[in-house]
Structure formats: C-alpha cells, structure tokens
Design a binder for this molecule. Structure first.
Ligand code: NAP
Length: 328
C-alpha cells in the first residue's frame, strides 16, 4: 500500500481540489477503509460554498465528504465487530479519499446483492430517515407525510416508511413533474406544493384527520403548513431546510392539536449516539436493502477526477437521486 493517497479538499476555490496526503492509520476503535465509491450530499455544496475564499467564504481548508463504501483494510485496537476484508458502507467526515478513517460504530455491512456505487449512496439516507421516523415515534400502520420527498434522502425515507408498514404515505414535491418518481418509491398520494395547498391536500387525503408523523426536509412555509396537517398528538420532525430555516408558526395549531415538534441533525450527534442510530437502522433495514425494498436511486456517477462536474450537478438541484464519485 502506498504511503500517500488522493483526497478532495474544499476551501481553496469554488470546487474541490485533489491533493496527495498521507494515508491515515487506524487508532483504537477505528477502521481504515479502502473506499471504492463515495456519494455527495446537500451539505457538501453548502460547505464548499461557505469555505470558498474567491466568493467571500472562510478560506478554511478541509478534506471533503461524508459517506462512502469500500473494503476494510485495517482495524484498530478494541474493534471486534468488524474484520479486515469486510465490505462496509458508512459515514465519516473526510470520506472523499482513497482511504477513509471511520469509527467502527459508523459502518454497516454491505449486503452481497449491492455494488459499492449503490452502497455508498445509502448510509446518510438510512440513518437519517430511520432515525427521524424513530424520533417521531412511528409505528406500523401510521400515516406519514414526507415533504421535499424527491430529495435523495427523502426517496430513501419513502421506501423505509413503506418497508416498516406505514398505513398511508403522502409525499410532496414542488411540481407534479416528479409525481411518478414518488409513486414508484412508495408514495400513495403526491402533493405538488406549487399547485396545491399542502394543508388542504393532506387533510383531504386523510379524511380530515391529518398525518401521524411528518418528516420535513423543507422548512419555511412548508413546515408551518404541516402543523394543521398533522393529527392531534402527532409529531413533526424537521430534518432539512431545503427552502429556508426561518418559519412563522401558528401556535394555536401547535397547542390545540397537542403536537410534538422534533429536530434531528445526526451530523452533530455524539459518536456513540450516532452509532446507536446506525445500528438500529441496520438491524431493521438491512434485509430490505438486500432484497431491494430499500435501494438508493443513483442520478449519475463521475470519476474522481471529474468531481467538479459532480459538484455542479449537485448545485443544479436537477439530480433525481444520488450523485456518486467512483474512487480510483
Ligand atoms: N438532519 C440530518 O441529519 C440531515 C442529514 C442529511 C441531510 N439533511 C438535509 O436534508 C435535506 C435533503 O438533503 P438531500 O441531500 O437529500 O437533498 P437533495 O437531494 O439535494 O434535494 C434535492 C431536492 O430538493 C428539493 N428542493 C430544492 N430546493 C427546494 C426549495 N427551495 N423548496 C422545496 N424543495 C426544494 C427539490 O425537490 P422538488 O424539485 O421535487 O421540489 C430537489 O429534488 C437537506 O436540507 C439536507 O441538508 C439533514
């Protein structure tokens, strides 16, 4: 194995810069993984823009990336759950590299049925959507509303809700153009928020009751519209702010309906807590990943040296599913 590797860095300009850096070594509790494919997330675009010194960003350099799939090359002390040679998919900062250092609790085994390019596109969606459903107190038979459901993690959320036995799934997109995609991914009802009033449409689809659990990826006015669309004593979990982080809420709707509001941000969770979320998602969902009930939708795959094209595709918001980089 070479002593150096190629990794992508942000903080030098509008795009990532490939650099040769030392291969890290696996300390206690860590795995060293030879990454074969890595996937982009919305947060990658935000970090790249925030650090871009040519556009008023911080100029703070960082090794980019959040999720990957590959083969375990070395395990540190105190690791018993994962062996050298295992195929794993996981989440770790600095994963846009040929070798990724990761907490052993932050990986899941890759089922034999899955190649690395599909596997790398799953960890964030699996852990976030499953973790959010659990935070929302979801149980089989309940009605789930997923806003911003065409987002790459929203599409995984639809499949998870279906797999775990949701009674009814309502999904939102801004235009009806993506309605078929949402139906194929598990939605019973699609609400195009650019053309329909969200609250009215959800109440109509649920016999006037509203949904039990909401997974909100949009924030802003959409989050506010979810309150009167949620069943009495139901729960709204905010996951993302694709629109905006600022929302004006009708507190009458919150109180009269006895609602619970939750937020999740797994990137800010402590290592042990994130490990528990990943373990729970794996336990409940790996069989469904293996038999195809939960699979990521891949929008496009770029070679590592075309990462700038992948970033442009991410920024365009035109992707239908995950954008993947194959690692040399
Ligand atoms: N809480 C956590 O731990 C966690 C983890 C991962 C991601 N996230 C967050 O979850 C969200 C989704 O992430 P992702 O990477 O899956 O996103 P993504 O794939 O980049 O989402 C793209 C989709 O967002 C929708 N969209 C874009 N701008 C919008 C707007 N102004 N209003 C409403 N919808 C808009 C579009 O849907 P339509 O064109 O169909 O409307 C588009 O298909 C992001 O906000 C991300 O930061 C949170």
């Amino acid at each position: 194995m070479s002593a150096t590797m190629t990794a992508l860095f942000g903080g030098t300009g509008p795009d990532w810069e490939a650099r040769e850096v030392a291969v890290p070594s696996a300390g206690p509790g860590r795995l060293l993984v030879r990454a074969h494919a890595v996937a982009l997330n919305n947060a990658d675009a935000a970090m790249l823009a925030g650090a871009d010194p040519t556009a008023g960003g911080t100029g703070q350099e960082y090794q980019a990336g959040f999720e990957f799939a590959g083969e375990v090359l070395a395990v540190g002390e105190n690791v018993e759950s994962v062996a050298v040679g295992a195929r794993v998919m996981g989440t770790s900062p600095a994963s846009f590299a040929q070798y990724v250092l990761v907490d052993h609790r932050h990986v899941l085994p890759v089922p034999d049925e899955l190649g690395y390019e599909e596997a790398c596109a799953l960890p964030t969606g699996l852990l976030t959507e499953h973790g959010a459903l659990m935070a929302g107190g979801f149980t089989a038979g309940q009605t789930v509303l997923i806003t911003g459901a065409t987002s790459s993690i929203g599409l995984i959320g639809l499949q998870i809700a279906r797999t775990l036995g949701a009674g009814q799934i309502i999904a939102t997109t801004r235009t009806a153009a993506k309605a078929n995609l949402l139906k194929r991914s598990g939605a019973d009802t699609v609400v195009a928020t650019g053309e329909q009033d969200l609250t009215t449409a959800v109440l109509a689809a649920t016999g006037g009751q509203g949904t039990d659990v909401v997974l909100d990826h949009v924030g802003g006015q959409t989050f506010a519209d979810c309150l009167p669309a949620t069943r009495v004593a139901g729960t709204i979990v905010n996951i993302g702010r694709l629109d905006t982080a600022v929302s004006t809420l009708d507190l009458d709707a919150l109180s009269y309906r006895l609602l619970r509001l939750r937020g999740v941000s797994f990137g800010f969770s402590r290592a042990g807590e994130l490990g528990a979320v990943i373990a729970s998602a794996g336990q409940q969902l790996l069989p469904a990943v293996a038999d195809g009930r939960v699979r990521p939708l891949i929008d496009s795959t770029f070679s590592f040296d075309r990462a700038d094209e992948a970033a442009a595709r991410l920024r365009s918001h035109q992707a239908g599913g995950k954008i993947v980089l194959s690692v040399p």
